[in-house]
Design a protein around this ligand. Structure first.
Ligand code: SF4
Ligand code: SF4
Length: 479
């Protein structure tokens, strides 16, 4: 018989708030240290300076949208060099593959912004409300003056942290000290205020309210990662053959049963509120805090540590069969990880090579197509081009533009009389600028259509050159 609606399990389960207990141990200390490093990088990077001379900004990392440049220390990326940014993004993606293959979801547990800010907010909770039990008591208590004051203070601190986070983001897009002054004096661009407002709200909601629900329900990364894990990937694992049957020694009349005394400390410290003893699950961000908690319990009851452990499936099975405990480093240094690492290094080396050998001057040309040519009164043919000269150095440079091909042709530009037309023109391009130039190329009557190149060479001691192939159109052969 089909069940009635009332007998079906609910499709939606209300969230059970998570109040993770404070814990100390190896992984918690690593997490504290790494959290400090990641937050310092995020908040501090816009304040680092890098001297690029008088013609370029001195902010070490800057996405200069107004001038379409990306600066990172001594590297300056122009819009036509976006492939460097694409290469860095590919390296970041492969880096995630390496981390996942080597140490499971350690990215989620230690470096993901959602985890880092949630951890920060949970620490604020402990500072204001107390540890897990005090938080639980306060949660269930009626609204009193004390509860209202604590909630108000906590949300105010959340708001300050969120505002700081949104504020730090916009500093990557303009000179940080200048933008801070403009922001507080009300002179910053409206988009700056809007961006800070949106990021303040998202940080508050994602880190302060939604927390582990983002990892469990919203983020696609855990689902992708499951496809990358195999029996040789390190994950946080409960060794059930050692722990089961679980139960307190008292309950079993002092008889020795499994090592798990069912104290629930591993669940109490878990930032996503799951029970790792139920096996691998999408809610586990591999932060390893349950290892710290369980090791402390094992030490108290005089049993061997690592009932919960960072271990591969294969390593766990071998240990169950009597082999010694697997050393995590052996699981990290395996062929798949080394192959990913090799690809990552090859892309990095390719980018470095391209950076080291890239030109610092550049020329490009767009020819007019309507009309493709003009016939002058003396029968000569004239083609028009919009030429762009780029000086990617932070100092002005004298450049010479030349013609390669089209015998007998000369050129001139809008800023000079035609009588001075020649095979080469000289221009000085300002530091870190692209100079557009309207150029007319005139060839004697009867010159056939043909390909030719504009060339550019630097006239200073550093030198350098570039060329751009284009076409000279003539009657009867327009393309
Ligand atoms: S902390 Fe260790 S002993 Fe306690 S319930 Fe968890 S696995 Fe069992
Ligand atoms: S089960 Fe353990 S490793 Fe997984 S999220 Fe919870 S505390 Fe972290």
């Amino acid at each position: 018989m089909r069940p009635g609606l009332a007998e079906l399990p609910p499709l939606y389960a209300k969230r059970r708030a998570v109040f993770p207990k404070a814990v100390d141990g190896l992984y918690r200390r690593i997490k504290w240290g790494w959290m400090g490093v990641t937050l310092a990088i995020y908040y501090g990077t816009p304040w680092l300076r890098w001297d690029r001379g008088p013609y370029a900004p001195d902010q070490a990392v800057l996405v200069d949208l107004a001038h379409r440049r990306f600066y990172m220390a001594g590297i300056e990326i122009w819009p036509h060099e976006f492939y460097f940014v694409a290469g860095l993004l590919i390296m970041a993606g492969i880096g995630l593959f390496i981390v996942t293959s080597a140490v499971g979801r350690a990215w989620c547990g230690y470096s993901c912004p959602q985890t880092v800010w949630t951890d920060l907010f949970q620490h604020v909770d402990r500072l204001i409300d107390g540890d897990r039990n005090a938080q639980l008591r306060l949660q269930n208590a009626p609204w009193t003056a004390e509860k209202s004051a604590k909630r108000g203070l906590k949300w105010a601190v959340y708001l300050v942290v969120s505002f700081w986070t949104g504020g730090a983001w916009i500093l990557y897009f303009a000179d940080a000290p200048t933008l801070v002054r403009a922001f507080w004096s009300g002179e910053a661009a409206p988009v700056a205020y809007a961006t800070v407002g949106i990021l303040t709200a998202t940080t508050f909601v994602l880190g302060g309210v939604l927390r582990e629900q983002v990892c469990i329900y919203m983020c696609p990364w855990p689902r992708i990662q499951t496809a990358m894990l195999d029996e040789n990937s390190l994950t946080v694992t409960y060794k059930d053959w050692r722990g089961e049957p679980r139960g307190s020694v008292k309950q079993h009349g002092g008889a020795r049963i499994g090592d798990c005394i069912d104290c629930h400390q591993c669940v109490a410290v878990c930032p996503t509120g799951i029970d790792i003893r139920e096996g691998a699950q999408v809610g586990c961000i591999t932060c390893a805090l349950c290892i710290d908690a369980c090791d402390a319990v094992m030490a108290q009851i005089g049993r061997a540590p690592r009932l919960i452990d960072y271990v591969t499936l294969q390593g766990a099975e071998a240990e169950q069969a009597g082999a010694p405990r697997q050393q995590p480093l052996r699981a990290i240094l395996r062929p798949r990880v080394l192959v990913y690492f090799g690809v990552w290094c090859a892309i990095g080396a390719g980018l470095l090579f391209a950076l080291g050998t890239r030109r610092h001057i550049d020329i490009s040309a767009d020819r007019d197509r309507n009309p493709p040519y003009m016939q002058l009164s003396d029968g000569a043919l004239r083609n028009a081009y919009t030429v762009k000269l780029r000086n990617m150095e932070s100092r002005p440079r004298a450049l010479e533009i030349g013609l390669l091909g089209v015998d007998g042709a000369v050129m001139w530009s809008d800023d000079m009389p035609r009588s001075q037309a020649a095979r080469a023109l000289r221009r000085t391009v300002a530091a870190d600028q692209a100079a557009p130039l309207r150029i007319y190329v005139t060839a004697p009557a009867g010159t056939p259509a043909q390909d030719f190149s504009f060339t550019v060479r630097a006239l200073d001691a550093e030198g350098g050159s570039d060329s751009h192939q284009t076409r000279f159109d003539a009657p009867g052969d327009e393309r």
